[in-house]
Design a protein around this ligand. Structure first.
Ligand SMILES: Cc1cc2nc3c(=O)[nH]c(=O)nc-3n(C[C@H](O)[C@H](O)[C@H](O)COP(=O)(O)O)c2cc1C
Length: 383
């Protein structure tokens, strides 16, 4: 019953975004939805998908389309996964846990951020072998190795190393909102929280969000007030290919580098024995100037061949967008904000609704064009 109602009230990610906007205090919604600078990058990310057109075949007889996909040996039930989102508990307490559990139920990957507000161990227990772990490079390589070892021990299958944050982002909404962790209880923020009782109650029950995975490594007696402060203290400013090489040696499972957009970086990764690239502009959050992954995918594919898997995120807002990304040559697709909007709009059950909605949309997208399975999508691309 809940699922039917959710499908009627929130039949698209755009509706979930509206629901999220209603239920979150402004500073939390802005943190989730906002982009870098003038936010041009977010608009271009959306346009990148509407430009992809598909040509249908109606006269072949078909069964229901097969939606399974996977970049490596393992096939997941659905062709999309949940991208890493830092500070998830500020958006909705327990968001990472709800999404990890929903991912396991639906058999899709859930990628936990280094900067999530839930620990590796707590989420690993929920995500089972559907868990991927996203690493932000750290200044101290011993801490970095320790975190990776914890991820392996907690059952995470794939390591995702994010390389696209060599500097702090200029998120103007956050600057104006004066976002801190936990949020400062200024009169304006108190008023915003008072207008969002569901969020306030959920927070009351869970306590203030903390970067649980990183807490053990905080210098003694130091409490970080802002993400920027934490970043300057623990996180490295970017990463070089030698460190990717060292991480490759330390992690024996599949390893993906996230945030690659150039042919030259892709070539480095291919040479170092990385298994996949998550082509991403961080959802338009780091700089509005960054090219969209779909504009680079052909060049990168020609440079590195088919051995290196090319995953895509940034701007995916529907199952049709997922299908379009595959049609343009993606080996797997991730969504960040879409799943967080679902949890923010509906709480815990929103995680399952987000997956249901995208499943329905991908199935419809393939059936409409007569495409039998995910691997066949490139044949339906209008060149
Ligand atoms: C609020 C928020 C926090 C994010 N935090 C991280 C993070 O901690 N690590 C990371 O690699 N990417 C992070 N990302 C980027 C996502 O993993 C993903 O690349 C991006 O959301 C994809 O774009 P989309 O939101 O348009 O789907 C974050 C994105 C958002 C929206």
């Amino acid at each position: 019953m809940f699922r039917q109602n959710a499908m009627r009230k929130f039949p698209s990610v755009a509706d979930l975004e509206i629901g999220a906007r209603r239920r979150l205090p402004r500073f939390a919604f802005d943190y989730l939805a906002g982009g870098a600078g003038d936010e041009d990058g977010i608009a271009r990310n959306r346009a990148a998908y509407s430009d992809v057109q598909l040509v249908p075949n109606y006269l072949e007889e078909r069964d229901l389309p097969d939606l399974s996909a996977g970049p490596f040996d393992r096939q997941y039930a659905l062709p999309f996964g949940i991208a890493p989102v830092g500070l998830s508990g500020l958006i909705w307490p327990g968001a990472a846990e709800y999404l990890a559990a929903a991912a396991r139920r639906a058999d899709i990957p859930f990628c936990l951020s280094t900067m999530a507000t839930s620990s590796i161990e707590a989420v690993g227990a929920l995500s089972g072998d559907n868990g991927w772990f996203q690493l932000y490079p750290l200044k101290d390589h011993e801490i970095e190795k320790n975190i990776i070892d914890r991820a392996r021990a907690a059952g995470f299958e794939v390591l995702v190393v994010t390389v696209d944050t060599p500097t702090t982002r200029r998120g103007l909404r956050e600057i104006k909102n004066g976002l801190t962790v936990p949020p400062k209880l200024s009169p304006v923020n108190m008023a915003r929280i008072a207008f969002n009782p569901a969020w306030a109650l959920a927070n009351l029950a869970s306590g203030a969000p903390k970067f649980e995975t990183l807490v053990p490594y905080y210098p003694k007696g130091v409490k970080f007030k802002s993400v920027a402060e934490l970043a300057t203290n623990l996180l490295a400013r970017g990463i070089g290919w030698r460190e990717i090489e060292a991480l490759r040696k330390h992690w024996s499972g599949p390893m993906i580098v996230k945030g690659i957009l150039s042919v030259s970086d892709a070539r480095h990764c291919a040479r170092l024995g990385v298994d996949g690239l998550l082509l991403s502009n961080h959802g338009g959050r780091q700089s509005e100037s960054l090219v969209h992954p779909l504009q680079m995918i052909d060049e990168i594919r020609s440079a590195v061949g088919s051995g290196l898997k090319l995953l895509v995120d940034s701007g995916v807002r529907s199952g049709l967008d997922v299908a379009r990304a595959y049609a343009r040559g993606a080996d797997f697709v991730f969504l960040g904000r879409a799943f967080m909007y679902a949890v923010a709009a509906l709480g815990a059950p929103g995680a399952d609704h987000g997956v249901d909605l995208l499943r329905t949309e991908v199935a419809q997208a393939l059936a409409q064009i007569g495409c039998p399975d995910i691997a066949s999508l490139p044949e339906f691309l209008r060149n």
